[in-house]
Design a protein around this ligand. Structure first.
Ligand code: SAM
Length: 289
């Protein structure tokens, strides 16, 4: 009886190609991660994830996603390694000099009209983006009345970010980018340079609060005069981009500003009428409704 039931179930199952099996294993892995750890990997576009998952399988010495799932569910350190691999940590000081030049020229004059400022860097990676903001605000005389909040889903990156360290190999490019962003003083005035690299000056670093925050599953935590969410939304599926856009919108004060990354035009999203592009600026939007 048991044998005929098994045979019946097998013949009723849809045929599995290697591709559909991969889809199934990916779904199960993500469901397991969501239920065990609360991270929603289904929010990320699959193409960008598949390569990273394959690399993780190789690094963990497993042959299938099901085996990776088992390892992740039973070993939180393995989950942490996967999270690190999923979060693309590419960043740099003044990575997008055009964005910072526009903030300096077009947004700072308006930010000056507020007595106190809160700025949020959502998806700050290892911190160079909020460091750049602290440098810019110091040069513009606004740092003392600004609180900078820098968040990322990857807490390991945040630990590195909170140290204020910069690697020596990137310093020359950073000096140029700071200059291109309209840097008013030499970059090195904001750093303590030593034999192994440099450190952001403590008086700048102490204006930044670091916290783990997941743009997919966490709610807003304050209202901000300026939010920078650059090179983060590109990794998400369209419905999750919308959701994150809503969170960012709701986290801005009226007439607050949103800054995005190079490939992240707001025109692609429904809340367009709620924002007006800052004239002449690079991917900076003012909340108007
Ligand atoms: C390419 S980096 C961008 C860093 C910085 N904004 C920049 O442009 O230089 C993308 C960052 O988004 C973070 N990230 C990915 N998913 C996230 C999520 N669900 N919530 C918050 N941050 C996330 C990653 O950990 C990574 O540090």
């Amino acid at each position: 009886m048991a044998a005929s039931l098994t045979a019946g179930a097998a013949s009723a199952a849809p045929p599995q190609t290697a591709e559909t099996l991969l889809e199934l294993e990916t779904d199960l892995l993500f469901e397991g991660i969501r239920r065990r750890y609360g991270y929603d990997f289904g929010a990320y576009s699959r193409e960008s994830l598949q390569r990273r998952l394959q690399a993780r399988m190789k690094a963990e010495g497993v042959l299938t996603l099901s085996a990776l799932q088992e390892a992740v569910l039973h070993d939180s350190a393995c989950m942490h390694r996967l999270l690190r691999a999923i979060s693309v940590p590419a960043t740099a000081l003044f990575r997008d000099p055009g964005l910072f030049a526009s903030i300096r020229e077009d947004v700072i004059p308006l930010l000056r009209t507020w007595p106190w400022l809160r700025i949020w860097h959502a998806g700050c990676a290892s911190g160079e983006e909020p460091y750049s903001m602290a440098i810019l605000l110091a040069e513009e005389g606004l740092l003392a009345r600004t609180s900078i909040y820098a968040t990322d889903v990857n807490d390991e990156l945040l630990t590195r970010a909170a140290s204020g360290r910069l690697t020596a190999s990137k310093l020359a490019a950073s000096r140029q980018a700071h200059h291109d962003a309209g840097g008013a003083r030499p970059l090195d005035e904001h750093l303590i340079v030593d034999g192994t690299g440099a450190r952001l000056r403590p008086e700048l670093l102490e204006r930044i609060t670091w916290a783990q925050h997941d743009l997919v599953s966490d709610t807003g935590f304050n209202d901000f005069h300026l939010i920078i969410c650059a090179n983060v939304l590109i990794y998400f599926t369209p419905p999750f981009r919308e959701r994150i856009h809503r969170l960012l919108y709701e986290s801005l004060v009226p007439f607050g500003f949103l800054g995005l990354g190079e490939r992240e035009l707001i025109a692609a999203h429904p809340p367009t009428p709620r924002y007006r592009p800052v004239p002449q600026a690079n991917r900076l939007y003012k909340k108007v409704a």
